[in-house]
Design a protein around this ligand. Sequence first.
Ligand SMILES: [Zn+2]
Length: 526
Amino acid sequence: MKRIFLALIFFFAITGLLFAKPIPLKGNPAGKPLPRIAIAGLGIESSTFSPALTDEAAFHAKYGVDVFSTYPFLAADSPLRHRVDWFPALVGHALPGGAVTRKAYESLVNQTLERLKKNAPYDGLFFDIHGAMSVVGLDDPEGDFIVRIRKVTGKKTIISTSMDLHGNVSWRLAENTDLITCYRLAPHEDAMQTKQRAVENLIGRIESGKGKPAFKAYIPIPVLLPGEKTSTRIEPAKSVYAAVAPASVQPGVIDAAIWVGYAWADEPRNHAVVMVTGDDKKMVTQTAEKLARNFWNARDGFAFVAPTGTLTEALDKAVASNKHPFYISDSGDNPTAGGAGDVTWTLKEILARPEFKSVNGPSLIYASIPGPELVKKAIAAGVGKQVEGYAGAKADARYAPPLFISGAVESIVYGDTDAEVEVAIKVGSVHIIVTQKRKPYHHEADFTRLGLKPRQADIVVVKIGYLEPELYAMRADWILALTPGGVDQNLERLPYKRIQRPMFPFDKKMADPDLKAKLVPSSDKL
Ligand SMILES: [Zn+2]
């Protein structure tokens, strides 16, 4: 009996420890219970025009407390961390690519829901998504995901959604979220700031007791543009987006956002959207209408961020130029927009040009082509030795087959999160970066780690659209080559069947659309 009694005491002590309410932390002297906020989300932009598929591993999912490492503003010593009782469920971010397999999507969603169920109910949920995920056989995955989250959290939980401005906002997503925002800069130098704003707005509404916004204005704009025409570094996107921050701090407004949308998926939700949330009906609707009108009126002015041309034109110009390094974007297979990243067409064309056949030709760095077998051979041969084999065209062989590469191994680097192993191989005057897995090259260090010197190179060709800030700062000149691939920049070449029509720029003579704000029902009414 005594034993049972002791066992019971032990049991209650342990369960007491396990289920004890968290001790109130700094910043909450009143000892009021902290708001309970969950974190969940999946981020990817995936092209339905690419034959590649994305699996679960590509999301590098983080679970529980590991999720905090994604957000510097939620670091252990940060003020926001201590204002809330956090329940991070699952957050995954994948490099852009082809559509996500249904199996991967279901697995990630179900794991998220299981984890959310454990700690429900919540005052709030931070929904961190990109918004341009395509899933095989499923329309509007982010809309599907949030509906399934709502089934776990119920109507009361305030959901604050943070997105990329290249994401898509379906009516269903707008209904199920309460707060919503997106980046205001492209390239996305304000990505973390945006996520932090989404979190701060959420905490603010919970702490103040104001709760869900009284109004959510939604305006679809029938415009579909590639990101490379809407960089906020240049007009007209610069002015259109510069108006967002001032609009969002007006009295009665919580946040304002403009989505360019995602051009490389063929669904009815793919188009631009404006949303404004707040408590003042007139302010919310008028602000949304003004932002939407600005965007629509600017439509003819959106142009590529750099001069464009065919690859031949780009290479001719780069070889003849006295400005170096001369950057060329191999834009049709840009992995950060959803290209497979392994199209060999551009590299094949480069290696076929006579200028680059001799070691004394113009120096050209090509970043990059995945070729796991060639990487293996290069490791076996070693630095300084000759190697040959095939690379690329595993995922997307529509434009050119796997490419035979024969050259000297210049360097081998291990440990990159995306590439895993990277090898530089010299062929003629071309330094080719061959990777085990595909990787976008956005930083100077991505090159210098391999012993390559992009600042001293004559030409640098990167699978990219607009140049990311470090490359942009380094360039002496730049041209965007309109190369083929899963994210062809020439949208009029793409076989759309399911986007809404009329749509700019496809229907040249379309009438002005109705840009009156539609009020989205509160998630309470679902
Ligand atoms: Zn984006």
